[in-house]
Design a protein around this ligand. Structure first.
Ligand SMILES: NC(=O)c1ccc[n+]([C@@H]2O[C@H](COP(=O)([O-])OP(=O)(O)OC[C@H]3O[C@@H](n4cnc5c(N)ncnc54)[C@H](O)[C@@H]3O)[C@@H](O)[C@H]2O)c1
Ligand SMILES: O=C(O)[C@H](O)[C@H](O)COP(=O)(O)O
Length: 379
């Protein structure tokens, strides 16, 4: 069995090595000729799985995308051709939630403010939006959700209309799929009018898809409103962000909000599980044996029971796990030249999730709000 896998997908050898011959490919430039004799195709978000790509293949048994988003896959085509498809919903949700939370702490530090006390709007309350809400809950930050689709599907959480939230929130964080049709399309959801309606000094974070914000309108608005602060992990026209936008952004990263080692491992593992099911074989691998130990075995916290950790110290703790400034700095240096955006993604040093760090509380307390954030507790 010939398995084609994106070269940026970790753990493919460990998980799929027994199932066939693995060939690694560049996902962005993958051609119909390369795919022609593949039995299994494992992709990431940069590969357009469409008529053209599959035109020379008559033997595909499975297409898997180790991602949450599926906007790059023509699922109707796969269904018509009877090719099973699976993606990896939720695989990198914790990574995105923690990314947005850390970015908010960084903005607070940079501008002499605190995240604590701000009002946060989460637009899209699925896997990644909910992961962010868990961090905010743990830290005690007020937030409101907007998700008209979940609201009408009977989700019991309280939801608010988008335009009401824009007028309410100090911070707006975007977590929707990219859609052009349906009752609530998200393409340019943040157009010039909505960008203009952001409150004075608002923070706007986009960790979902670039085109959820009209990037030209964003450039225009930033020209008039220096008060608005931006965190962009995703960009209109990736892998070529508009160069004039980059200097206007406070934290700029190349679509790596979901790139924790845990998130990537989960994504590949979920595809392994799907393929085993399709082939009718039982799984003989587990996820936790894949992950390496974290660089610190544990860290002692000088805290009392449920004591408040100051926001600068909380940020210092988060930076131990992931220092977002490194990616921002490298993005400004490399991302706009010679394939730099994709190179950064390809060579991204695997960051870890909060759970990788075991905290030793000086009081021996088992549970406090820091562990609710996701850090492990050694008691
Ligand atoms: N930057 C990254 O690395 C990264 C990582 C993971 C996911 N993503 C992107 O983020 C998107 C969201 O991920 P997720 O795991 O939370 O997906 P999800 O499907 O679990 O949740 C998305 C939510 O958005 C809601 N939604 C749809 N249209 C909306 C609208 N107009 N207004 C408000 N809510 C709306 C949906 O009802 C759903 O609950 C993905 O589709 C993907 O494109 C990016
Ligand atoms: O949709 C997703 O899951 C994310 O956008 C994903 O993290 C993108 O990463 P890629 O698949 O391009 O490596």
């Amino acid at each position: 069995m010939k398995i084609l896998a994106d070269e940026n997908m970790p753990y493919v050898d460990a998980l799929f090595g027994d199932l066939g011959d693995i060939h690694y490919v560049n996902g962005r430039s993958l051609s119909a000729d390369e795919v022609a004799d593949a039995d299994v195709l494992l992709v990431r978000s940069v590969t357009k799985v469409n008529e053209a790509l599959l035109s020379k293949n008559q033997r595909l048994k499975f297409v898997g995308s180790a991602t949450i988003g599926t906007d790059h896959v023509d699922k109707a085509l796969l269904e018509r051709r009877g090719i099973p498809f699976a993606n990896a919903p939720g695989c990198n949700a914790t990574a995105v939630g923690e990314f947005a939370f850390i970015a908010m702490l960084e903005l607070g530090k940079r501008y002499g403010e605190t995240l604590k006390g701000k009002k946060v709007a989460i637009v899209g309350a699925g896997n990644t939006g909910t992961a962010l809400s868990r961090c905010l809950d743990a830290y005690g930050v007020d937030y409101r959700l907007c998700d008209p689709l979940l609201a009408s599907a009977g989700d019991k959480r309280r939801f608010y209309p988008l335009d009401e939230l824009i007028g309410w929130a100090d911070v707006v964080s975007l977590h929707v799929p990219i859609t052009k049709d349906g009752p609530h399309p998200t393409w340019y959801l943040f157009d010039e009018a909505r960008l203009n309606a952001l409150k004075p000094n608002a923070w706007l974070l986009n960790c979902c898809r670039g085109e959820v914000i009209d990037n030209r309108a964003l450039i225009k608005i930033k020209g008039q409103r220096a008060d608005v602060k931006l965190v962009l992990d995703v960009w209109e026209g990736e892998p070529n962000p508009m160069p004039e936008l980059v200097p206007l952004v406070d934290i700029a990263t190349p679509h790596i909000a979901g790139y924790s080692l845990e998130g990537k491992a989960r994504g590949t593992f979920m595809l392994y599980q799907s393929l085993c099911k399709i082939l009718g074989i039982s799984e003989d691998k587990t996820l936790n044996t894949l992950l390496p130990a974290f660089r610190f075995s544990s860290l002692g916290l000088e805290l009392g029971v449920n004591a408040a950790l100051s926001e600068p110290n909380l940020l210092a703790l988060c930076r131990t796990v992931y220092d977002i400034r490194d990616d921002d700095w490298q993005f400004r240096r490399d991302a706009l030249h010679n394939g730099g955006f994709d190179n950064m993604r390809k060579n991204h040093k695997h960051r870890r999730e909060f759970s990788a760090l075991k905290l030793e509380n000086a009081t021996g307390t088992e549970v406090n709000w820091v562990s609710f954030l996701g850090f492990s507790n050694v008691g």
